[in-house]
Write a new protein. Structure first.
Lengths: 216, 245
């Protein structure tokens, strides 16, 4: 977002405030960045709309990252509270989506670091001992029927995702599940695009190795 | 938003291997936020707004969930340990142990003052013509008994023999002769100089010596000695004249 766009955004927000057309219908039509500008001017409704727009995609991202629904809900709440309290830190030069994903990603990583053993116990130990990516929990199960029991496949994918290193996991989730662009991922992770692409590629490779019994 | 440069076929049967994996990744069921998430968040935000009014120092003692600062316990411990170290170093730096020792050995100014007053009183009586020859007759006793006693004491070897004041302060058994007392009161400053030059020798039990050097015991000791000195003078005065006999 360049300077002229930023100025026009601010002008539009000013006009909205002056004309006092801050009803739900009008605000629903605004972009995320415009809503955030309005929220910075203490329009609470704008924040509520942003919550509605982002709660599900963020929940999905955090859940895929942590693998725990309750923790994901807590992190999601913390993310929006942080947005609420640190609204003055948001600059219109950045996209709101990348800003909020950065906050959620950082909180999820902190949570994982705090309760690392809770999430990655036996799987992580197995990796360090055998130097290969295998999931002992499902070894005894019969191979799932790809057409009839998708749920088991999804569970296996989720378990495999959790064994990836944080950086790889984040990049793969943002790209392949959340379907963000490389530029957006680079902005969220604060890494060069080359590094992002490399992480995605290596993450996928590891997933392939982990799930080879399904896809071979 | 999604880019098409990573050979993912969005429609139709996905190709084998990576594409199949990518297809499954995108097909993963979406996890939605809890149903009452918005309401719960609103309540939480209201609570936070209320907490904003709480003063800063109070928030140090509140849990993080209630708006307190999320400071781990070991941080408080580290700060407390640092404070203790700083205070210890400061106290160590400002304390002169030599001065402390002298202060403990020397009597309190009040004791010195009372002793001087008593001595002046004695001198005033001793200045009478009748008493002077009598006092001169009493043989001069050593400042400190050479034999000492069981508990031990600090002995002062004084070349000039003028160390009465200090001998009193030491709590040792010192018998002061009248001429020595007179000279001691006449010149306090030379006495002090002599004290500095004098040599200390310690013997006996240090614990008992410490007990003797305590200011309270010093006061009672010096008063007792002054009292007995006064009584002996009265006895001498009341003694009948040899001519009368």
């Amino acid at each position: 977002m360049d300077h002229s766009q930023e100025l026009s955004l601010e002008r539009k927000v000013e006009e909205l405030i002056e004309t006092r057309t801050l009803d739900r219908v009008t605000l629903d039509k605004l972009s995320n960045e415009e809503l955030m500008l309005l929220f910075q001017k203490d329009v609470r409704l704008a924040f509520d709309i942003l919550v509605e727009r982002f709660q599900n995609p963020l929940m999905n991202f955090i859940f895929r990252f942590t693998g725990n629904r309750e923790d994901a809900a807590d992190i999601l709440q913390d993310t929006f509270i942080r947005v609420y309290r640190k609204k003055h830190l948001y600059k219109t030069i950045a996209k709101f989506s990348t800003w909020v994903y950065t906050i959620a990603g950082n909180l999820a990583k902190s949570e994982l670091r705090r309760g690392h053993r809770k999430y990655l116990t036996s799987i992580d130990r197995k990796k360090s001992e055998d130097e290969e990516y295998s999931i002992p929990m499902t070894d005894s199960k019969p191979l799932p029927d790809r057409d009839t029991d998708r749920r088991i496949v999804y569970e296996r994918i989720q378990e495999a995702l959790l064994t990836l290193p944080d950086g790889f996991r984040e990049a793969v989730i943002l790209r392949d599940i959340q379907e963000l662009t490389y530029e957006e991922i680079a902005e969220i992770t604060e890494l060069p695009i080359g590094t992002v692409k490399s992480r995605i590629s290596r993450g996928r490779l590891q997933l392939q190795q982990l799930l080879k019994d399904i896809y071979d | 938003m999604p880019e098409q440069n990573d050979n993912i076929a969005r429609n139709g049967p996905p190709p084998f291997d990576v594409d199949l994996l990518l297809h499954d990744l995108r097909e993963l069921p979406e996890v939605a936020a809890p149903m009452d998430f918005s309401e719960h968040l609103s309540r939480k935000i209201e609570k936070i707004d209320n907490i904003e009014g709480i003063s800063l120092w109070k928030r140090f003692f509140l849990p993080a969930a209630e708006g307190g600062f999320r400071i781990p316990a070991y941080a408080y411990g580290a700060v407390a340990a640092l404070a203790v170290v700083f205070v210890s170093v400061y106290v160590f730096n400002i304390t002169s142990f030599e001065q402390e020792l002298h202060r403990e050995i020397d009597p309190r100014p009040a004791i010195k003052e009372s002793e001087t007053r008593i001595r002046q009183g004695l001198d005033a009586k001793g200045s009478n013509g009748d008493e002077a020859p009598l006092e001169r007759e009493t043989p001069p006793l050593p400042l400190i008994e050479e034999s000492g006693d069981a508990i031990g004491q600090t002995e002062r070897k004084s070349e000039s023999g003028a160390g009465t004041d200090d001998a009193l302060s030491q709590g040792g058994r010192a018998e002061t002769s009248a001429p020595e007392a007179a000279t001691a009161t006449e010149s306090a400053e030379p006495l002090r100089e002599n004290d500095d030059q004098s040599e200390f020798r310690t013997r006996g039990f240090l614990g008992a010596e410490d007990a003797l050097s305590h200011p309270d015991s010093l006061l009672s000791d010096s008063l007792r000695r002054a009292d007995s000195l006064q009584r002996s003078r009265i006895d001498i005065q009341s003694e009948p004249e040899p001519e009368a006999r």
